[in-house]
Design a protein around this ligand. Structure first.
Ligand SMILES: [Zn+2]
Ligand SMILES: [Zn+2]
Length: 388
């Protein structure tokens, strides 16, 4: 009596991994081919020149130039194609770089599973003194196996038969003595027990179940022939395609490592670029402030007052300065021309203040000017340092 072993040859796991890679890449490829049926699958040779162009490993004559010469539709198609190749390359590269480690993990996992099962198997021998509940005769174990292949369970089921030739009663028992009970199938519609029957065919037994209440019916076959299923032509074709696609999508370990490296340097490159951009921004604003005329608080107010003189605005008032990171103060002013629209007055105020503070370190805050019943207000901000 033996049981199912999880651990297989290394080749088995390698195959499994590569087939997963192929399926993953085929999905990406299929989504492209759906829109551009003029391409054929084999057009995607991610190992060829395209990859180097797409991935920026090639500094040849400008790709942009070549693209710009193409008609619009062809250009679009070409770009989509290149993006697809790029995605394919990153998928294939990523999988290749993780292949060895993943396969080792799988082998490790299955080895542990088998070791655990071997212990359980040894721990629970068959009961050689089990008695028949029908006639009291001795029973013999004729089968011992793990009941469930799932990891959590690992339960062993023993099958016994009564040695009394007139009885031959059969019973199955778990390692902890629990008697196995057949689950009675129920109708998914009515939840009543199904009527079961079976029919012996040439190389199989066909089981039927039927609901006594509704028209639910089901059947399944138990294959009795031990012959390996014969491969159909479709199976053979699929295998050939799989081998072909493994050549296209399964990169070598060395190529996987190269991919990983190029990812790392791309990442570093981006980080450097980001930092430079940031530094540029700070530098720029610092430069801007240096170019601005730095004037004190009262001078800023004075310039605003002068600019608004004679423009039919009345009673200009300034609030106290608010000393935060920057200096902010409020102003209030009244409409002196009843014929002017509120919109025009606001616009004029904004322009005048802008002119008054032009090229100084003070300006109207971005919230603008608010107005109510001929009263206008707003805030002015002054910047002192490069924290701008
Ligand atoms: Zn018996
Ligand atoms: Zn039913």
């Amino acid at each position: 009596m033996s049981y199912y072993k999880h651990l297989k040859t290394r080749e088995y796991y390698e195959n499994l991994y590569d087939e997963m890679t192929v399926r993953d890449c085929r999905m990406t490829e299929d989504s492209f081919l759906k829109d551009y049926p003029q391409f054929k699958m084999v057009d995607f040779q991610i190992k060829d020149e395209n990859r180097r162009v797409v991935c920026g490993q090639d500094k040849g004559p400008s790709l942009q130039e070549t693209l710009d010469k193409l008609p619009k539709e062809e250009k679009e198609c070409r770009i989509r194609y290149m993006v697809t190749v790029m995605i394919l390359y990153s998928k294939a590269g990523d999988r290749a770089s993780r292949r060895r480690e993943t396969i080792n993990d799988w082998i490790q996992r299955d080895t542990l599973r088998d070791e655990k099962r071997a212990k359980i198997w040894e721990q629970y021998p068959e009961n050689t003194r089990k008695r028949c509940r029908k006639c009291g005769g001795l029973m013999k174990c004729f089968n011992k196996d793990f009941y469930d292949t799932s990891e959590q369970k690992d339960r062993i089921l023993f099958m016994y038969e009564c040695l009394n030739p007139d009885c031959k009663y059969r019973e199955a028992e778990f390692e902890d003595g629990e008697i196995w009970k057949k689950e009675e199938p129920k109708c998914p519609n009515c939840n009543v027990l199904l009527k079961e029957s079976q029919k012996r065919l040439k190389e199989k037994i066909r089981y039927y179940s039927k609901c006594p209440q509704c028209d639910f019916k089901d059947s399944w076959d138990l294959d009795l022939s031990n012959k390996a299923k014969k491969k159909t032509k479709a199976d053979i074709d699929a295998e050939k395609l799989m081998e072909r696609d493994k050549l296209r999508f399964c990169l070598s370990e060395k190529e996987g490592a190269e991919y990983r490296q190029s990812c790392d340097s791309m990442k570093r490159f981006h980080e450097i670029m980001e930092k430079e951009k940031e530094a540029e921004k700070v530098g720029e604003s610092f430069q801007q402030i240096k170019l601005l005329e730095k004037i004190p608080f009262l001078e800023a107010q004075k310039r605003i007052k002068e600019k608004l003189k004679g423009k039919k605005f009345l009673k200009l008032k300034f609030g106290d300065p608010n000393m935060g990171r920057d200096v902010v103060f409020e102003f209030k002013i009244y409409e002196g021309d009843p014929t002017r629209s509120e919109y025009d007055a606001k616009k004029e105020l904004k322009t005048l203040i802008g002119k008054a503070l032009n090229k100084t370190n003070w300006k109207l805050m971005s919230e603008g000017i608010s107005s109510r019943m001929g009263i206008f207000s707003g805030r002015i901000r002054g910047v002192e340092h490069k924290t701008y």
